[in-house]
Design a protein. Structure first.
Length: 252
């Protein structure tokens, strides 16, 4: 015989499971959860999900192996194979914390992807309303669609306006342009006709040629603008040796 407490739990579980498909995108502000195993307190909004957990709210969706959540505060902790989607932004990580429908903190090999740009770090905090991401930890990497990488201690990225700021031990590697660069700080304008501005102990090398200065600006048209203590090293291309004329030959 099923006791009253167990029956109430079963009813609560059934209620939230049945409501997912019907209400996930029915109206703004909706929050719904489904999982293989689900516990839910209808009074407090607190619950736990295990196995194929799916949390949906507005235009966002998150999946994980396990979750602790609160449907009233739209918050929760996701654990294991976490994937989250906020508009056109995709986030993957080992664990994540949700706070309302605007903020997500991803940690444990966090990766944030938008429009071909890939931001990686031990932890990335992302704010949906401003489309702003910032890394936390000792390393960060921003990879462009062409495979170019910007590495630094910390990166904050305004995805809406396409501006990334990199701090500490900046290192840039662009195989497509045969370019490497280093600096203390960098400002990266990621739009199609953007630029990279290197600040402090700046150095850029391309095809054996290098330029250093207090500040360098590199454009997509391979133009470098340097300022302060500028030094340029240019390695001319080797020209093929001219043939030596022999008696009776005309090499004109």
């Amino acid at each position: 015989m099923i006791n009253k407490k167990k029956m109430l739990l079963m009813l609560a579980t059934a209620a939230i499971s049945c409501s997912v498909a019907a209400t996930a995108f029915a109206a703004p502000g909706k929050f719904s959860v489904k999982a293989d195993e689900l516990e839910y307190n209808m009074q407090t909004g607190e619950g736990k999900g295990k196995g194929h957990v799916v949390i949906m709210q507005d235009d966002g969706k998150a999946t994980a192996n396990y979750a602790i959540f609160n449907s009233k505060t739209k918050s929760g902790n996701l654990i294991g194979n976490v994937m989250a989607y906020k508009g056109d932004v995709q986030i993957t990580c080992g664990e994540a914390t949700l706070a309302n429908d605007d903020y997500i903190s991803a940690f444990g090999g966090a990766i944030v992807i938008k429009e071909g740009k890939r931001l990686e770090a031990d932890r990335v905090d992302y704010y949906k309303s401003t489309e702003f991401a910032e890394t936390i930890g000792g390393w960060a990497r921003l990879t462009d669609a062409d495979g170019s990488t910007l590495n630094a201690t910390k990166i904050d990225y305004d995805m809406k306006n396409g501006i990334a700021n990199a701090y500490g031990g900046v290192n840039i590697d662009s195989p497509a342009r045969k370019l490497t660069a280093t600096a203390d700080k960098a400002i990266y304008e990621t739009k199609a006709n953007g630029y990279v501005e290197l600040i402090g102990n700046a150095r850029a090398t391309q095809d054996g040629n290098s330029v250093t200065g207090d500040k360098l600006r590199l454009t997509n048209s391979n133009v470098a603008v340097a300022d302060g203590n500028v030094k340029i090293i240019y390695v001319p291309e080797e020209q093929p040796a001219k043939p030596v004329a022999t008696e009776g030959q005309d090499l004109a």
